[in-house]
Ligand binder design. Structure first.
Ligand SMILES: [Mn+2]
Length: 333
């Protein structure tokens, strides 16, 4: 079925992106480390659309594709791990949903001789590309791909629509966040008309947890503490918890949302150890109404959105916890 698409933001100038894509012979699509549904959905949607146009396209992510997104078409074509070649294999690299070059996790050689194109919706984006299209009005990078394909006159296949739907579903917390405007719902309707199936996608993303994941959820919620007169909620995961539950980092996705769901809480904090490195911690923040957790994370060397952000920290758990607690206390001072 062919659907006449309406752009979310009709005045965005996609021409520099389209010109770069037209001029490229070999394109590499990449998203950030620990990729989420938006990064993967954007990547797979663009892959489907550009290969349909006859382009030669490769995909490569430092961390590959999380299990819950492997149901999407082309997920099996994404390379993962350290980049070992001395060139990217592309004359155009398109970074998707990534706020900084470092978060792509690639060595300098990866970028050698290629034009780097940066498409993202993080307000904190460092504009690291040769061409940057960064627009924080978009609820998801996947929604930017929707507008880009429309600007290119490309109609949606079922595979493209399903990937974009997954991107938008996950980045709007299932169309619940304040960025879920009526235009976003209209786009979702277009995606469904083009073949995206909401329930099967939801089952894959939200209803396919391994048992170890639930054991980790239980252990993680056991660490819950509430501070700042009930306004901040804290959960954490240590190395020992990975060992005792058998869960891995993918099973920790979404646990912070339970901390935010407490009625009085304005800021949720999730501190988890890096599976691979000692004394290395990923700290995530979620805000509810008025706290800008993007600024909070930036004060600790990280970044993100006003309502979802994070940073990496080094030290013992107690050291990291104490530093973060000081920063959060500033918010409520
Ligand atoms: Mn995103």
């Amino acid at each position: 079925m062919s659907v006449q698409l309406q752009a979310l933001f009709s005045e965005v100038n996609w021409q520099p992106i389209i010109t770069a894509i037209d001029a490229a012979d070999k394109i590499v699509l990449i998203t950030h480390c620990n990729p989420d549904g938006d990064g993967i959905g954007s990547q797979l949607a663009l892959y489907d659309a550009l290969t349909d146009q006859g382009k030669s396209v490769q995909m490569f992510n430092f961390d590959g594709v999380p299990r819950i997104y492997t149901f999407l078409d082309h997920a099996d074509k994404v390379g993962r791990g350290q980049w070992l070649s001395d060139s990217s294999g592309g004359d155009l690299i398109i970074a998707l949903d990534c706020g900084s070059k470092g978060r792509l996790g690639m060595p300098d050689a990866f970028y050698k001789g290629a034009t780097l194109l940066n498409i993202d919706h993080h307000a904190s984006n460092q504009l690291f590309g040769d061409i940057n299209l960064v627009d924080a009005r978009y609820c998801a990078t996947g929604a930017m791909i929707f507008d880009l394909l429309r600007a290119m006159g490309i109609s949606l296949t079922k595979a493209t629509a399903s990937a974009i739907y997954t991107a938008v579903l996950t980045d709007t917390a299932s169309f619940r966040l304040s960025n879920s405007t009526s235009a976003v719902y209209r786009m979702a309707a277009d995606l469904i008309d083009a073949g995206a199936e909401p329930w099967p996608i939801s089952v894959n993303v939200y209803e396919s947890r391994p048992l170890a994941g639930l054991k980790m959820m239980s252990a993680c919620l056991d660490t819950l503490q509430v501070h700042h007169e009930g306004r901040s909620a804290w959960v954490h995961i240590t190395h020992e918890m990975y060992e005792s539950t058998g869960a891995d980092v993918e099973d920790t996705e979404g646990l912070i949302d339970y901390a935010r769901s407490i009625d009085s809480v304005e800021v949720a904090v999730f501190i988890r150890c890096d599976e691979r490195r000692e004394h290395c911690w990923k700290v995530s923040f979620r805000g509810k109404t008025w706290v800008d957790v993007g600024a909070l994370a930036a004060s600790l060397g990280g970044g993100g959105h006003a309502y979802a952000s994070g940073c990496l920290m080094r030290g013992t758990f107690d050291e990291v916890r104490s530093t973060v607690e000081q920063a959060v206390s500033q918010v409520f001072a």
